[in-house]
Every structure is written in C-alpha cells, then in structure tokens.
Write a protein that binds this ligand. Structure first.
Ligand code: ATP
Ligand code: MN
Length: 471
C-alpha cells in the first residue's frame, strides 16, 4: 500500500516512499503536482525526463492516476518542505487531454453551477475536496458527541406508514402499477399507503422512552417544491431525544451540541477551513459592500462558539419585529402580527441585525407548530424552540413533546390525525410517560455554516431538488 499524502507531507526526508494519486498538473517536463484526496495539499514529484520512457512522460496529463516511488527529499522550491524525487512511475489510468478540456478537471475557475453539473468529478477539486472532508469529520463528530454523552444511536425507518408528522409534502412509496386511476391501497406492497420519512422523530421518541437518551442520524425526504438555496428533497437529519427533560434542557443540548461541532471543525479541519475562508473572502470582494459578510467564515464560527445564544420568546420576537426599522419602512415582504409564522427575512433581521448572534426562539403559537409539541399553560403557545444562525436561518427545530395522554389525544383530534395511524405513539403516554424533548438539526444547514457555502446543493455530494436527481 502506498503512503497517504497527508502523512507524507509531515514526514522527515526518507529513503523510499510510494504514493498513488491523481495528477493535478505537470509543468516544465519536470514537476508533477500529485493529489490523493487525503488532504488539501498536493505533493510535488520531481522527475528527470531522461530517466523515463516517452509513454510515461506523455501520460502525465492532468487527471491521470499514477503510482510513484522514490526518496522523499528536502525541496529546493519554496512551496513545500519536501518532495519526491521519482525513481519509478506507473501510469495507472490515462486521462485524455482533449476530452479533459470539457470537464471541470481543467485547471481554471469554474462556476458552482458547472461544478454541480459534473458532480461525478467535482470531488476532485480543492473546493469540494475540502467540503466533503469536512462533511466526514462533522458526521463523525456527531456520533462522537452523542456516544460520549451516553446517547444510543437508533436506526429509524426510511419507509413509513405514518402520515402524522405534518412536516411537509411526502414522497409516496408504492409497487402498484403506474397510471392506474383508481388505486386500491390494500393491494399495495405494505397493504396500506406508505411514503419516505420526513423525520425519524416519532420513532426516536419511542427509543428515548426506553433507553433514556437516543438519537437518529439518517436521510429524510421532503417533496419541497420551493427550490430555495436552503432546501433539498433528500437531506440528512440529526434527531436526539431525551427523556426526563424539558424545553430548557433541550435548548441547552442544542446549544452545547452546535458549539461542540463548530469547535471540532475549527480544531480538526484547519487546513480545509483556511482554504474555504480565503475563498469566501475572495468571492465577496466581487460583491457590493452591503452584501459582504461583516465577519469571515472562521470569525463567524468563533463568534458562535464563544457567545451565549440569545433566548427570547416568540411574543418578544414579534414585538421586536413590529418596532423594527424595516417594518416601519415597510421593507418586509411578509406582514408581522402575533400568530404568523416567522419568515426567513424576519429571522435574518433578528440574528444578523438585531442581536448579531445566534437566537433561540421559544413558545410559538400552537397553530403554526406540530401536534406533538407540548401545550403551555397559556393554552395558546407550545414549548417549541427554533435555533437561528447567521446566514442560515433555522438550523435546529425542536420542542418538548406532549407527554399527557389526554392532551395529546385532544391535539390529534384538532389536527385531524386519525388515532389508528399513531396508536403506538399515544400508547407510550399510557405506560410510564415522562416529560421528554428533542430536536432536529438539518445536517446540510450545519454544513453550510461550517463551510461558508451559500447553496445547500454544494454541501451534499449528490443533491436532489425539483427536476434534478442525476448521479
Ligand atoms: P424550514 O422552515 O427551514 O423549511 P422546517 O420548519 O420545515 O424548516 P423542521 O421540520 O423543524 O424544519 O426540520 C428540522 C430541521 O431540518 C430544520 O431546522 C432544518 O435545519 C432542516 N430542514 C428542514 N427542511 C429541510 C430541507 N428541505 N432541506 C434541508 N434541511 C431541511
Ligand atoms: Mn420546511
């Protein structure tokens, strides 16, 4: 097995090492820049063309995969500490230079749209290499955080027969023949209508009510037709549930969790973050001043991890918005009044203009939130909480769950949820029900925050959005 470049660049000079990777460039018939994806940095391979046959030299095209062996020596050039002086080179996979011109492997600046169209190749670029290495580290950190805190990872179903979450439009799952006008659901595969899950929460609750602390981390599906830069049809959600806990414990967990993940990235992904930070600064130079971020990516991450999140009630949020300048100047598109759902323009104002730090909003009107959220004593609001981040808006949505059987039963009626669809959910409130709470973190929203990428399609390897399910 070859050495990985991430290890080689930290090594002292050595007699013989072997590396395998893809040629980024070959210049002056002498210097190969070799990248193997293990890190941002490429390794310099120096060759004496007289020592290699013409096929090998001609095969050293951008994109080609090669194996190299030779001593690791101190580099005379300024860009790197060490380099390989190649004794042996094998071309493993050729890369046709003419065809390469049409691809994003061609070393020049490509638009994010073009990179998306070539999603099969974009991970080979510095930008997407960085994004997807960070994505790995964030996934790992999520499991580590919960494991260290005594949570159990539970796999909740992807196909579900519950149409109760009310979290959005669903994708149907069926084996019934296409094009039939009359559908007999009893003849379908599961003997009833099923769809792809929009959330693993209800099942995660069942786990928490047995194991104490549980979480799911898996794909979720919503037929979001909105085509925004923050919504995907298939995305990954992290959903912890804690028993014997209330809404404040839930917020504490959400804040601690987000800060942990951000600090983990700052600590473990320094090289990739530095690249993304500089890239974003360069991109923003092209924007008019008022559209630029006041803080850089890394500064934003540090700001969030070192500040206490502001906690306010929905009612306070409405008051602030009513008194705000943009409202008085009629700059908001959507009206503000107690009872309405907050729109992204409102969330943006609260986080970026008013408080200038993450904001947690609690106690939303019951009518705009899901049936399972715990009713507050005022009878009008529920113990729901949203965590809002600069540049992202809602990153976490959570609540204390209604643990009182009668109240939950009443809410089911109000929300027109047939009891026979979620009898099992209600039943947990009959046998040792306890106050419990949880939330959903959109993994790609977190990824947007820690990479500075502004379109959610650029933080998931293969995005699914309306009219787009390539690869
Ligand atoms: P939004 O108002 O942004 O559509 P939501 O209220 O529908 O969010 P929840 O149902 O509370 O969101 O889901 C929990 C979390 O999942 C959200 O806080 C967000 O981070 C993420 N999320 C929701 N919908 C999507 C989506 N279509 N694509 C990516 N992430 C999403
Ligand atoms: Mn939504």
């Amino acid at each position: 097995m070859s050495n990985r470049i991430v290890d080689v660049i930290k090594m002292e000079p050595a007699k013989k090492i072997e590396v395998s990777g893809w040629v980024r460039s070959f210049r002056a018939n002498k210097f190969i820049s070799l990248n193997d994806g293990s890190c941002m940095a490429s390794l310099q391979v120096v060759i004496d063309p007289d020592n290699f046959d013409i096929e090998t030299i001609n095969g050293l095209n951008t994109g080609a995969s090669i194996w190299v062996s030779g001593p690791l020596v101190e580099s005379l050039g300024g860009g790197q500490k060490t380099e390989i002086s190649a004794n042996e080179i094998r071309i493993i996979g050729n890369s046709n230079p003419e065809e390469l011109q049409k691809t994003i492997l061609q070393p020049k600046k490509h638009s994010l749209e073009k990179l998306r169209e070539q999603g099969h190749l974009r991970m080979r670029t510095n930008l997407f290499g960085a994004v997807f290495r960070i994505r790995h580290h964030m996934s790992f950190a999520i499991h580590k955080y919960f494991n260290d805190k005594g949570f159990f990872y539970i796999h909740t179903p992807i196909i579900t027969g519950t149409d109760a979450e009310g979290a959005g439009e669903t994708f149907r799952v069926t084996t019934l023949p296409l094009g039939k006008k009359e559908v007999d659901n009893s003849q379908d595969f599961f003997g009833k209508p099923t769809h792809l899950t929009v959330s693993g929460q209800l099942e995660a609750e069942l786990a928490a009510l047995a194991l104490g602390k549980a979480y799911t981390f898996g794909p979720t599906f919503r037929a979001e037709n909105s085509n925004t830069t923050r919504h995907l049809a298939e995305f990954w959600m992290v959903e912890p549930e804690i028993a014997f806990a209330d809404i404040n414990d839930d917020i504490d967990l959400g804040e601690d969790f987000l800060k942990y993940l951000i600090n983990y990235a700052l600590d473990k992904c320094q090289e990739d973050l530095k690249f993304l930070n500089e890239r974003a600064l360069k991109e923003e130079e092209q924007l008019p001043k008022e559209k630029r971020n006041e803080l850089s990516l890394i500064e934003r991450m540090k700001m969030v991890s070192s500040n206490k999140f502001e906690r306010i009630s929905y009612t306070e949020a409405i008051n602030i918005l009513e008194r705000s300048k943009p409202n008085k100047k009629k700059k908001f598109k959507y009206p503000i009044e107690w009872g309405v759902d907050l729109q992204s323009e409102h969330e943006k104002f609260l986080v970026e203009k008013h408080f200038k730090k993450p904001v947690v909003i609690v106690d939303y009107p019951a009518s705009i939130k899901a049936f399972y959220m715990r009713e507050n004593d005022d009878g009008k609001t529920v113990a729901a909480m949203d965590i809002l981040f600069p540049g992202i808006g809602e990153i976490i949505g959570g609540s204390q769950r209604e643990e009182r059987y009668e109240v939950l039963q009443k809410k089911c009626k109000e929300f027109k949820i047939p009891e026979d669809a979620i009898w099992w959910y209600l039943e947990t409130r009959k046998f040792g029900s306890v106050p419990h709470a949880g939330f959903g973190l959109g993994f790609e929203r977190l990824m947007m925050f820690v990479t500075g990428m502004t379109n959610i399609r650029d933080v998931i390897p293969f995005p699914r959005t309306p009219n787009n399910a390539e690869f």
